[in-house]
Design a protein around this ligand. Structure first.
Ligand code: KG4
Ligand code: ZN
Length: 351
């Protein structure tokens, strides 16, 4: 099964073609990502209206290149998928409308994909792992620990009561005068910093429920930075390293709590998966690797180019759904909010 996937929910215009062969891992035939870095740099964050316009300008070329790289014409596809949310509605409309039009013209089935589900299923694209598995989904807008039981079957074990993990990285980067997106900048500065110089809090550490809270940690970094200002380059490096060390401890500890809850409900998971933009962070990957070794489970972390937003994960999620006979009508409306687990009660405002 050959599926074209389109992603426009945030600040990446992306399209890809993926082949799904029965139950094994998928094959990525093309994966084109155009990041809108310069467009938003001056604003220190993604500006929705600018993002939507940039998607309009870039999408045709990105889709054409994805098909050309895969050496395929529209007619050779078995389906077209697009992320229909959650995300910035202006961008979602651009990608969703374009994908629907392509499906209509080519006479192919259409799949409206949940962006979070696409992150959640990436480990099956790359490694062909079986259900169920324990997933840490950590991006700029979402931080959740989930039991992934099957396609469309997600149970939220815990999430953040305030900031998302990526958001905490972005806010710390902003307060230290580093660029956007903040995660990669903070990680880079942390390489030459001392992770033990500042003893930042580890919020929620040791709690039984696998929830996160990150705003107190972020505030602690701000107060420390204000106290020792003016900041030298080394101060910034040390603040980044100490912040990242606190986050890494918290992530491993919260994932450990999720193992217990997963075990009570579904038996011991054999695989721990990390996905979303924050999964690119080397220190967090190391912390989770140590946890996985200790728990005697396998850790699956996507390659760096599949951690951030991309079209391959959308194409793959579409292929998984289409293979189960699940397709969507061309009247499918964009969903700015679309929780993976519709029934779970969030402990706080943000999913
Ligand atoms: O999944 P993603 O590309 O977009 C969303 O759906 O949000 O995630 C982007 C988030 C941003 O907050 C970014 O700062 C964070 O992932 N991120 C990182 C790293 N690379 C990206 N956070 C920590 N360390 C990184 N290396
Ligand atoms: Zn994402």
């Amino acid at each position: 099964m050959l599926v074209l996937g389109v992603e426009t929910t945030c600040d990446e215009t992306a399209a890809a073609v993926v082949r799904r062969v029965s139950d094994g891992p998928g094959v990525i035939l093309s994966n084109v990502v155009r990041a809108q870095v310069e467009e938003h740099a001056a604003f220190g964050g993604v500006v929705p209206e600018i993002a939507a316009r940039a998607h309009v300008e870039a999408l045709d070329g990105v889709v054409e290149k994805a098909l050309a790289d895969a050496r395929l014409g529209l007619g050779e596809l078995d389906g077209v998928a697009a992320a229909a949310g959650p995300g910035l509605v202006g961008g979602v409309i651009v990608g969703l409308t374009a994908a629907k039009a392509l499906a209509l013209v080519a006479g192919k089935p259409f799949s409206a994909v949940n962006h979070l589900e696409a992150h959640a299923l990436t480990a099956r694209l790359t490694d062909g792992i079986a259900f169920p598995y324990l997933l840490l989904l950590a991006s700029g807008g979402h931080t959740q620990l989930l039991a992934v039981l099957g396609v469309g079957r997600y149970e939220r074990l815990g999430s953040t009561v305030d900031d998302a993990l990526g958001e905490a990285f972005d806010k710390v980067a902003k307060m230290l005068g580093l660029g956007y997106p903040g995660g990669p900048q903070v990680e880079k500065r942390a390489e030459t910093g001392d992770p033990a110089r500042f003893a930042f809090p580890r919020p929620m550490f040791g709690r039984a429920e696998p929830n996160f809270s990150l705003s107190g940690l972020k505030t602690a970094v701000r107060l420390e930075a204000e106290q020792i200002a003016p900041l030298s380059d080394q101060d910034v490096d040390d603040l980044c390293a100490s912040f990242q060390a606190a986050v890494t401890d918290v992530v491993a500890n919260r994932a450990r709590a999720a193992f217990r809850v997963f075990g009570e409900r579904h038996g011991r998971p054999s695989t721990l998966v990390v996905a979303g933009g924050v999964a690119a962070n080397g220190a967090i990957r190391q912390g989770l690797t140590r946890l996985a070794v200790e728990m005697g489970v396998r850790l699956v972390a996507p390659p760096l180019n599949l951690c951030g937003d991309n079209g391959a994960m959308i194409a793959w999620a579409g292929a998984e759904r289409l293979a189960l006979g699940l397709s969507d009508g061309l009247d499918f409306a964009p969903r700015p909010r679309w929780p993976l687990d519709m029934t779970a009660a969030a402990p706080g405002a943000k999913a």
